[in-house]
Write a protein that binds this ligand. Sequence first.
Ligand SMILES: Nc1ncnc2c1ncn2[C@@H]1O[C@H](COP(=O)(O)OP(=O)(O)O)[C@@H](O)[C@H]1O
Ligand SMILES: [Mg+2]
Length: 226
Amino acid sequence: MPRLTNEKMNLVTMVNPKSPNSESYRKLRTNIQFSSIDSQIQTIMIASAVSGEGKTTTIGNLAVTYAQEGKKVLLMDTDLRKPAVHRMFNVPNHVGLTSVLSNQYSVSEVLRETFIEGLHVLTSGAIPPNPSEMIGSRKMTLLLEELKEQYDVILFDTPPVLSVTDALIISSLCDGVILVVNSGKVKKDVVKKAKAHLEHVNARILGAVLNNFQLSKIRAAHYGES
Ligand SMILES: Nc1ncnc2c1ncn2[C@@H]1O[C@H](COP(=O)(O)OP(=O)(O)O)[C@@H](O)[C@H]1O
Ligand SMILES: [Mg+2]
C-alpha cells in the first residue's frame, strides 16, 4: 500500500470512510442539503476568520463525501495566496485557476482528476500578484457559469475572511457559506467579526462547523446551527 502523505491523512473520508469522523462530514453534507428546501445549493464556500482553523481539511473531506454519494464534484482552490488543495490531493499545481483567468490555458486543460471517482480539482495555479482582482474579474464569473453546467456541486477553498477581501468576493459568487470555527484557537469576538463581514456582503451562511481539534486533540468536525 502506498504511504500516505500527511496531507492525504487529512482526508479521513478517503482513508477511513466508516469512522465517526467521516460520519461527521456526511452529516455536514446532509445538513447542507436540508438547509435549503426551496433553492438548490450548488456552489458552496468554506470560510473562517483566520488561517489554520481547518478550512482546507473540512472542504476537502466534504468534497470527497459528495463524490462518495455519486455526485459530480469540483473542488476549486480559490486561496490564491496560500493554496493547499493540490497538496491534499497530490496533484501538480504549475497550472490551474490563475492560468485560466490570465488566458493562458482553457479550463479543460487544467482540471485534474483525483484518486476519488467523480471528484475533480481545479488547483490555484501560480500565485498571482493581484489575487483579489483575479477573483473579482468578469472572467471568473463566466468561468463559474461554465463549470456549473458540468458539475453537480462546486466547492471553494478560500483564504481567511479577516485577512483579505478575496473570501468576501467569493461569497458573492456562491449559493452558501460554511463557517469553520476553531474555538480552541480564536476568540468569540473574532468569529463574530468574520460573521459580520460575511453578512455585510449578504453571504448566505448555511451553518458553522466547530473544529476544536486543539482542545480535544481528536479529529472531529461537528455541525451546529450558526
Ligand atoms: N479536525 C481536525 N483534527 C485535527 N487536525 C486538524 C483538523 N482540522 C484541521 N487540522 C489540522 O490543522 C491544520 C490547519 O488546517 P487547515 O485545514 O489547513 O486550515 P486552514 O485551511 O483553515 O488554514 C492542518 O495541519 C490540519 O491537518
Ligand atoms: Mg487552507
